[in-house]
Design a protein around this ligand. Structure first.
Ligand SMILES: [Zn+2]
Length: 274
């Protein structure tokens, strides 16, 4: 179980709650005239639990929902909040529209059978408020900036910045307690995207999974991603073996294998044999 199973106010009127499966974070940002819910868990059933938990907070019901990215552990519960504006990047909507149904089938194999009916009963969300590069949501006495800072964990990661609280919601550009997930990632671009995230100078960083953290972790992650990108570049350039990348990578071997494949795929080259 996640270490935190209740709402945790990580900054002024920003609450985070960690949920299994996947130790995924759901965040609430409240202002005087609006309440934004960020990410929705993996099914309508799980999102219904979030709805019940929202009643524990000293705020009104959500007035808008935002998705950090299309991966179903963040997005598939969105249908539990009908009628609310649903913010996401354009790429997030394209990914959900193109691949959502197939992904939902694929995810069944990663979850216990008790979750299968819940997943199948959850419609693929269709975000109706699309962010192209940046968008500001006015919550009354505070703003939330929705930012696309570049490719990283996916090609459409949305970062939410709450300037008055010096807080960022990083989605899966940053994970805590688990290595980064490279299945849909851009290993060569991820470090620069993290540098842009760091430049926001947030004091509180809410990762997509795991415990909320601080700016210090962004710097560590950026350096780790940059190190791995350099190793991948050398391997694809034929001056380093894939086996040595696995040894020298700052991330676990399985993670690094996926990163190498993605490094090759995103540059149009064949990954060296590991
Ligand atoms: Zn993800």
């Amino acid at each position: 179980m996640p270490a935190v199973t209740a709402w945790h106010e990580v900054a002024d009127r920003i609450w985070v709650r960690r949920y299994d499966p996947f130790d995924v974070n759901v965040t609430v940002v409240a202002g005087t005239h609006g309440v934004l819910l960020v990410d929705t868990r993996t099914s309508l059933h799980e999102a219904a639990e979030v709805r019940r938990h929202l009643a524990e907070l000293p705020v009104t019901a959500p007035t808008a929902v935002a998705l950090t990215h299309a991966h179903l552990d963040h997005s598939l519960g969105a249908g539990a909040f009908p009628g609310l504006p649903l913010y996401a990047s354009r790429g997030c909507r394209e990914t959900l529209t193109r691949h959502g149904v197939a992904e939902r089938e694929r995810w069944l194999s990663w979850l216990d059978e008790e979750h299968h009916a819940h997943l199948r009963a959850s419609p693929i969300p269709v975000p109706d408020h699309l962010v192209e590069a940046r968008h500001r949501i006015d919550l009354g006495d505070r703003d939330v900036d929705l930012l696309l800072l570049g490719h990283g964990h996916t090609d459409h990661d949305l970062v939410l910045h709450v300037p008055d609280a010096a807080a960022v919601l990083a989605g899966d550009l940053v994970e805590v307690g688990a290595p980064p997930a490279f299945e849909d990632a851009f290993p060569f671009e991820w470090p620069a995207t993290l540098a842009r995230l760091e430049a926001l100078e947030a004091e509180v960083v809410v990762p997509g999974h795991g415990a909320p953290t601080s700016q210090a972790l962004l710097s560590i992650r950026r350096q780790q991603h940059a190190h791995l990108a350099a190793l991948c570049r050398e391997a694809l350039g034929g001056v380093r073996s894939a086996a040595s990348v696995l040894v020298m990578s700052p991330f676990p071997e399985d993670t690094t294998r996926v990163a190498l494949d993605r490094a090759a795929a995103t540059t149009g080259r064949r990954a060296p044999d590991a």
